[in-house]
Each structure stands twice: as structure tokens, then as C-alpha cells.
Design a protein around this ligand. Structure first.
Ligand SMILES: [Zn+2]
Length: 127
């Protein structure tokens, strides 16, 4: 078993090759596919160049299967997905919806692991 990422609503797998795949919408309402790196703390992003995402823009992330918005209940600036690791353990992953902001949280029970230099930003909401 290896690391997988899932939609918290329909449990379908979101990772394909070296990407986690989302449908997304920018502030102007334009939709596009966005692919994030599955390694927590790696913020390389793949998207079509026509899908314009300036830094500081807040994106909406959606599950490509069930179309539910992947919104964190902890903080409106965060998105939420599920992760399972190679041992089968499951985690909640919350990450910043703001382009260029590097904040990711891996949560199991009361244990919060942080990634990214901006992780201090929302930490109080995740404890
Ligand atoms: Zn879904």
C-alpha cells in the first residue's frame, strides 16, 4: 500500500501519477484543472497556462468525481482532503486555498503536523 489521497465526501481517489488532481475555480469564476504535488510541503503546481491564477488569489477546490467543494470546516481559507499512508493510517489534510501561500496540515486525532513556511498562519484553528 502507498500514500493515497481521497475526497472526504465520496472517498474516490484523487491522486494519479505524481499529482493530486482537482477541478478548481478562480475568483473570476473561470474553471480549470489544477494538480498539486502529493509530497506534503512540496508546492509545485501544474495547471493549464490559460487557467490564470495570480499569487494571493483564493481558489475553490472541487472533487472531480462528486463535484463537492473541498472546504475545510476548520478555517474558510483552507481546503480539506483525506490521506492514507503506506501503513493504512488515515489523516485529514488541510491546505491553504491561497495561491503562493505555503501552509499544509496533516492531522490525526489531536496530533497536527505542519508543512510550509506559512503554516503558522492557521495553526490556532487546527489545534
Ligand atoms: Zn468526491
Amino acid at each position: 500500500m502507498k500514500t493515497d489521497f481521497k475526497c472526504p465526501h465520496c472517498s474516490n481517489l484523487l491522486n494519479a501519477g505524481p499529482n493530486i488532481v482537482f477541478t478548481s475555480r478562480n475568483r473570476k469564476g473561470k474553471e480549470g484543472i489544477i494538480m498539486l504535488h502529493p509530497e506534503l510541503g512540496n508546492y509545485s503546481v501544474n495547471r493549464h497556462p490559460d487557467f490564470d491564477v495570480p499569487n494571493d488569489e483564493m481558489l475553490e477546490f472541487y472533487c472531480p468525481y462528486c463535484k463537492e467543494q473541498l472546504k475545510s470546516e476548520k478555517n474558510p481559507y483552507l481546503a480539506w482532503i483525506r490521506m492514507s499512508d503506506e501503513t493504512g493510517l488515515e489523516y485529514d489534510i488541510h491546505f491553504s486555498r491561497i495561491a503562493g501561500q505555503h501552509a499544509t496540515y496533516k492531522i490525526t486525532g489531536k496530533n497536527v503536523e505542519t508543512f510550509g513556511e506559512d503554516a503558522g498562519e492557521y495553526l490556532d484553528d487546527l489545534k
